[in-house]
Ligand binder design. Structure first.
Ligand code: NAP
Length: 292
């Protein structure tokens, strides 16, 4: 969704995630009316402020759409056995169609193990190894919700991706890698940068040639505005709390002098990701109906 920016952002058009999420919500509402019953989303949240805020946002959107929610808010000292037991119970419960476990998880919980024990047909974050393997061959049945949000925001610009130089900064399993795969599927010439790129002092060089730049590092204002190529599309996935304010991974004000399109933080990728979890819950419901 494009929103003309105020005069303080002379070059850029803001990619308004809240408005795009609203559009997707209307499509999902129509789809939900065609289902034989309401899907149920199980959310595992941890006793941490960020997790609680995100959980509230998910429940609000789910309930507004007519998706039921079951929430388990776990203490930060929860045992790995308890988390595993809960997931296995929801895996076996035909009344739960989607499962989402908040990240970051407490240090005693092995996030990779948790992702791998969720029934892949119920994994609405789209990060089970089965989805990652299928994504490699462009055949994912449930996409990574954050990567889908990034792609939807890029698509909303109307700019074709084919042949563009796309640069992703960050190579995590849940954001950087799946985004890289989807950009590749869209025939963008894709580079994935990571700590090695930074240590080799070559990050700036890669960012400078990006027609499409996606940053998911988790370090406030890590990518400097002056590195941005004139006319680039910039998608800032980062969420960092600095002095009580949420900041992205890109130096926003400086970047707006060069980018053609840019996502704000907050209000960019976040709201679209929440909506993609809802979309995936509907996909998961349909997958389970087909195999019932
Ligand atoms: P993560 O698992 O911590 O991954 C961060 C990535 O950045 C890793 O691949 C890491 O590489 C890389 N990195 C770290 N330092 C770097 C450096 N100096 N130069 C280049 N790369 C570097 O985090 P994540 O889950 O991908 O999330 C990234 C950010 O996005 C966080 O702020 C998170 O809160 C946010 N997020 C937002 C949404 C949303 O919906 N808006 C969704 C998910 C995540 P190594 O692994 O090699 O260290």
């Amino acid at each position: 969704m494009l929103v003309e920016t105020p005069t303080t952002l002379p070059m850029s058009t803001l990619l308004d995630g809240k408005a795009l999420a609203e559009q997707i919500k209307q499509q999902l509402q129509r789809e939900l009316h065609t289902l034989p019953k309401q899907p149920t989303l199980g959310i595992v949240s941890f006793d941490a402020p960020a997790s609680s805020v995100y959980c509230r946002a998910q429940c609000l959107q789910a309930n507004a759409l007519g998706i039921r929610t079951r929430v388990e808010q776990l203490p930060l000292n929860v045992t790995p056995q308890r988390v595993e037991q809960l997931i296995q119970a929801w895996n076996a419960d035909a009344a739960v169609h989607g499962i989402f476990v908040h990240q970051p998880m407490p240090p005693q919980i092995d996030a990779q193990r948790v992702s791998s024990i969720i029934n892949p047909d119920k994994d609405v974050e789209g990060i089970h190894p089965q989805h990652s393997a299928r994504r490699f061959f462009a055949r994912a049945r449930i996409g990574s919700c954050t990567a889908l949000a990034v792609m939807a925001l890029i698509e909303s610009t109307g700019e074709p991706l084919e042949g563009k130089e796309a640069v992703v900064v960050g190579h995590s399993d849940i954001v950087g890698r799946p985004v890289g795969m989807l950009l590749l599927d869209a025939l963008a010439t894709t580079t994935i940068c990571h700590v090695g790129t930074d240590r080799a002092k070559r990050l700036e060089e890669h960012v400078r040639r990006a027609d499409v730049l996606v940053v998911a590092v988790g370090k406030p204002q890590f990518v400097k505005g002056e590195w941005i190529k004139q006319g680039a599309i910039v998608i800032d996935v980062g969420i960092n709390v600095v002095g009580g304010h949420v900041k992205g991974d890109v130096e926003f004000e400086a970047a707006t002098a060069r980018a053609k399109y840019i996502t704000p933080v907050p209000g960019g990728v976040g709201p679209v990701t929440v909506m993609m979890v809802m979309k995936n819950t509907i996909e998961a419901f349909k997958l389970q109906q087909r195999s019932a």
